[in-house]
Design a binder for this molecule. Structure first.
Ligand SMILES: [Zn+2]
Length: 274
């Protein structure tokens, strides 16, 4: 297979591959690779980035039997986490690059998206995912509810991120001094439930608070960590799509706790792919 790396985007950290058609006859007029190259010259487009499978399906040299497999530039779960960490480090130190936020990035994403992480976090206004991980357009598929509480719409959104967008990492993002976790702690301690649908949030966070109390962890920030862990575990229990993707190592689910003062995001759940 004629496959070699052509270059690396310094923001996305993603390799671009130059590929040869699996037909092995790249000089033939019937070869899809040759046609793609000619198209590229004609359109003065950038480096070739496509799947071998896509080329092979177009190639007319089908008389050459070859084993064809899909090649993508998808990064691994561990690489996705390292990239988030690097962005968070820049944010903490005040050296944010604000990548992928210009007009060219915007127009490049009109027809498709290929985010490298799903971030399921609390809605808190101080926890803006793209800012704290120094990301831009098309980098993260973000789902947020108060206290990162799970419901059917959340599960559907996360399943879309994993099964349609093939995102290699789901981050459950909690934070210290979380209002939703604090409200739940108060409700458990006083027995008084908040009114309206806030009660629904509290009921869904209660198991995490009870686990913390059982382990003598009475600080709300310990409860936040427990809640991030339990939310990550519950995603796997609730969604067949997510648990299957984790089983075949195409994605990972991790819990992360964010510190409002330092701006630091710490891994709080097991992540054996690192
Ligand atoms: Zn919160």
């Amino acid at each position: 297979m004629n496959l070699r790396r052509a270059g690396r985007n310094r923001y996305t950290d993603r390799w671009t591959w130059r590929v040869g058609c699996p037909c092995g006859r790249t000089r033939s007029n019937r070869c899809a690779f040759r046609v793609a190259q000619l198209e590229r010259v004609r359109n003065l487009a950038g480096p070739v980035e496509f799947s071998i499978y896509g080329l092979w399906s177009l190639c007319k040299n089908k008389d050459v039997p070859r084993k064809v497999r899909e090649v993508t530039t998808q990064i691994s779960p561990a690489e996705a986490w390292q990239r988030l960490l690097a962005g968070n480090k820049r944010f903490v130190s005040g050296d944010a690059l604000h990548p992928n936020q210009d007009a060219s990035r915007r127009s490049a994403l009109v027809d498709s998206q290929n985010p490298f992480a799903v971030i399921f976090g609390c809605s808190d206004s101080r926890l803006a995912a793209e800012i704290i991980f120094d990301l831009g357009l098309g980098d993260a598929f973000v789902v947020r509810t108060a206290g990162h509480v799970i419901d059917d719409a959340v599960l559907g959104s996360l399943e879309y991120g994993v099964s349609v967008l093939n995102t290699p990492l789901i981050v459950v993002l909690g934070h210290d001094n979380c209002g939703a976790v604090t409200a739940t702690k108060n409700a458990v301690e006083t027995g008084e439930m908040p009114p309206g649908f806030i009660r629904d949030l509290v009921e869904r966070i209660t198991p995490s608070v009870l686990t913390s109390l059982r382990e003598d962890k009475t600080d709300v920030n310990d409860m936040v960590v427990e809640h991030a862990k339990q939310t990550a575990a519950r995603l796997l229990e609730s969604s067949q799509v997510i648990s299957s993707a984790v089983d075949n190592s195409s994605t990972a689910v991790i819990g992360v706790a964010y510190r409002l003062e330092e701006g630091r995001a710490d891994l709080v759940s097991e992540f054996d792919m690192l």
